[in-house]
Design a protein around this ligand. Structure first.
Ligand code: B16
Ligand code: MG
Length: 237
C-alpha cells in the first residue's frame, strides 16, 4: 500500500504579483516617467507589462503611444534606468508586512515537507526586494535575472531554477500572476498555478483568484492528480 502522497520535486515562485505586490510600484514609476515624456499610460496598460522585462515594458509604452521609433537604443536604456530610479524609491519602503497572504504558510509547509523552493523573477531588483521582505532564507535558489538571456514567455528562467534544485521540470509546480509567466511555465513542461492571471489566452493548470487561496495540501493534491492523469495518458499511448 502506498501511504505517502506524490510530492512535487520543487516549487518555483515568481516574485512580483506572487510573493509581493510590486506591480503597483512598477505602475507608479512608469506613470511618472510617462507623464514626464507626455505619454499616456493607464493601469490597464500596466497589465501588459507584468512579467515583461524593463526594456520590453518601455517598448510597450512607446508602442501604445505610437512612439516606437522616437528614441535610440541608448536613449531608451537611459529612460528605463530613470524609471528604475523612481521604482527603487518605492522598493526601499517595502517591509515584511508586504508579503502577500498565504505565501509564508505555503513556504513553511513546503520546507517541512522537504520540497526545495526557488524564485524565478526576471526583476533585477529581486534580491533587494527579497532582502526588504526578509524572506530570502526561505528559498534554496534565486535565479539571477541579469543572467537570463530570454525573458518570459521563454521557459529559460524556470528551467534554470529546476536544474539548480536538481528537479525534473515535469515534476515541478510553478506559481505566476502574469500571462507571459504561465506560458513560460507550460513551455518548461511544469504544472502551473495562476494567481489572479488577468489575461487567460492560455489558462493556468490551477487558477486561483489571489494568494490567500494558496493551500499546501490542495496544491499537492492538484499536482498528484495531474501526475496520475499524465501517467494514464502515457500508458494509453
Ligand atoms: P525590473 P516578475 C517582473 O517581475 C515584473 O512583473 C515586470 O513588470 C518588470 O518589468 C520586470 O520584473 C523587470 O523588473 O525593472 O525590476 O528588473 O513578475 O518576473 O517577478
Ligand atoms: Mg509576476
Amino acid at each position: 500500500m502506498q501511504s505517502s502522497k506524490t510530492m512535487p520535486e520543487a516549487m518555483i515562485f515568481d516574485l512580483d504579483g506572487v510573493i509581493t505586490d510590486t506591480a503597483k510600484y512598477h505602475f507608479l514609476a512608469w506613470k511618472r516617467l510617462s507623464d514626464e515624456l507626455g505619454f499616456s499610460f493607464t493601469e490597464q496598460d500596466n497589465e501588459r507589462l507584468k512579467g515583461v522585462s524593463r526594456i520590453g515594458s518601455f517598448e510597450i509604452i512607446l508602442e501604445i503611444n505610437g512612439a516606437s521609433d522616437r528614441y535610440s537604443k541608448a536613449e531608451k536604456e537611459a529612460l528605463a534606468d530613470r524609471k528604475n530610479t523612481y521604482y527603487r524609491e518605492f522598493v526601499e519602503t517595502i517591509t515584511k508586512q508586504d508579503i502577500l497572504p498565504g505565501v509564508m504558510a505555503l513556504l513553511n509547509k513546503a520546507k517541512k515537507a522537504g520540497i526545495p523552493c526557488a524564485v524565478a523573477s526576471i526583476s533585477k531588483n529581486a534580491p533587494r526586494i527579497l532582502e526588504r521582505l526578509e524572506i530570502g532564507d526561505c528559498f534554496d535558489y534565486i535565479a539571477d535575472a541579469a543572467a537570463v538571456k530570454k525573458p518570459k514567455p521563454d521557459p529559460e528562467i524556470f528551467l534554470n531554477c529546476a536544474q539548480a534544485l536538481h528537479a525534473l521540470p515535469q515534476n515541478c509546480v510553478a506559481f505566476e500572476d502574469a500571462q507571459a509567466g504561465i506560458e513560460a511555465i507550460h513551455a518548461a513542461n511544469m504544472a502551473s498555478v495562476g494567481i489572479g492571471v488577468a489575461v487567460t489566452t492560455i489558462p493556468p493548470d490551477l487558477a486561483l483568484r489571489n494568494t490567500a487561496e494558496l493551500d499546501f495540501d490542495a496544491i499537492v493534491d492538484f499536482y498528484a492528480a495531474r501526475q496520475n492523469k499524465r501517467r494514464e495518458e502515457d500508458s494509453g499511448r
